[in-house]
Design a protein around this ligand. Sequence first.
Ligand code: GDP
Length: 478
Amino acid sequence: DLGVMASMTQNLDPATCVAVVEGFGKIIGGDDDEDDEDYDDDDDDDEYDDDSALEMGFVVEEDDDDLMKPRPPVVTIMGHVDHGKTSLLDAIRNTRVTAGEAGGITQHIAAYQVDHKGQSITFIDTPGHAAFTDMRERGANITDIVILVVAADDGVKQQTADSIVCARQAGVPLVVAINKIDLEASDPNKVMTELTQYDILTEDLGGDVLTSQISAKEGTNLDDLLNKIMLQAEIQDLKANYDRNAEAFVVEAKVEVGLGTVATSLVKKGTLKIGDIFAAGETYGKVRTLISTDGKTRLKEVGPSTPVRIVGFEGIPAAGDSLIVVDDEQTARTLAESRKRITREKSSNLYQTGLMESVSLSFGAQRESRYLYVVVKADVQGSAEALTASLSKLKLENEEATVTVKVLVSDAGEVSKSDMAIASVTPGTTVIAFNVAASMAAMDDARNQNIPLEYYNIVYDAIESVESRMQEVLSPTP
Ligand code: GDP
C-alpha cells in the first residue's frame, strides 16, 4: 500500500517499516529483551509468530474461502494506435446505454460497467497501455483480462507486440479482438498467423486464446466478444470477499466544481460505504458521496470490481494510489502522513543525482533520449532479474543525447521464437542468452533477420557488450 514492492524474504528500509507500524496506529518501542526470538525457524508452517505480530500491531487479515463470492471481470483494452481501441470502447458503451441517451455527448469516463446477459463487465479506459504499466509498477494490478485489438487490415504492429509483452509480464490473459472486418482489405487469418509468432494460438488454429472477429464501427459481433470475455472470466474463477473493509484503487482523480476532489476508483475487495474513513496515497478522507461512473446515480455502497466516483477527500490522490478503509480518522491521517514522509525521503535521496542531472541539462541544450532495446533470457528467473536490474541502471550521454536500456523481456528459459518475434519489432534489439541456449527456430530467425543473439555466462561480459552497443547508439559510426 505504500508503493514499495517487497516479498516476504526481502528487507524493508527503516522509513518504510516506521510508516507501516505507524499506519497501524502503533509506535516502535526500544529494546526489551524478554523475547529474543525474532524469527521462528521451525518449518511447521509458514506462519508468523502470532504474538510478535500482535505486538507489532499487525493484523493479518486473510480472506476465508467461504467468504469469497464471484465478482465481475475487470477488462483493459490494448493494441496498436488506430486499430480501434477507442471505437470499441465507445461501441460497447453506446450499445449498452438506455435509449434516449444514445447520441448524447460521449465524455471520457475512466472506468465503467456494462451489463451483459444479466452479468456485469467492468472496463478500464486508460489512454494507451502506459497507464496500465504505470499502475502496475505501483503495485496496482487491477486488470483481469486484456482485450488485444488488432486491425484485420493492418496486422500485428509495434504496439501490438508491446501490449502482448506487457500483458504477459503482468500475467494477465488475453482475449483477441480482430477488428475492422468490414473492410475489404481485412485478412483475419493473416492476423491469427502473425500472432502465433508470439505464442498466441487462437481458437481457430486449435489454441485456447479466445478470439472474436468484430467491427467496432458497424457494431458487428460485439455480443460474441462480450461472451468470450465472460467465458474467459469463468475460466479464471474471479472471486472476492464482499464482507470486509474495502480496498480500492484510484483510476483517475480531479477537482470538480461544487464537489471538490472526485476520484474514479475501482473497489478491489470488500464493500465501500458512505461514511467509511479511508487513507488513499498521501491523502485521506471520509466517503461523503458515491456516484456511479456515468454520473447519474447516487449509491449507498459498492462491492468488488465496481468502479465508482468517490467524493470526500481531504486532498487529491494520484492515479494508481490504493485506498484502504481504516477504523478511525487518526489512523487514516497517520498513514497518509507516513506515506508523504516516505515520498519526501525518497525524493531527497534522489535529490543529489537529480541535481546533477538538472545542472548538466541546463548547461547542455535539450538532449534527445535514445534507447537500446534488449531481450534477456536466463537459466533462472533470479539471474534474469539481476541482469535486468544492472542493465536498467546503465546510462551513456554526450551533448546531443542520452542512451538508456529498455528491457522488453526478462525471463527464465531458452531463447524462443517468440522472443525473436518481440526482438524483431525494433531493429537493433539485442537478445541476451545468459546461461541458456536458443532453440533452433530462434537461431534461424536470428540469422535470417539479422537479430543480434549473444550468449554469456558472466554478468560483467554481458554488461560490457551492452555498453558498447549503447556507445554505438549514442554516436553511430558512419
Ligand atoms: P485507437 O487509436 O486504437 O483508439 O483507434 P480508434 O478507435 O481511434 O480508430 C482509428 C480509426 O479506425 C478511426 O478512424 C475509426 O473510425 C476507424 N475504425 C475503428 N474501428 C473500425 C472498424 O471496425 N471498421 C472500420 N472500417 N474502421 C474502424
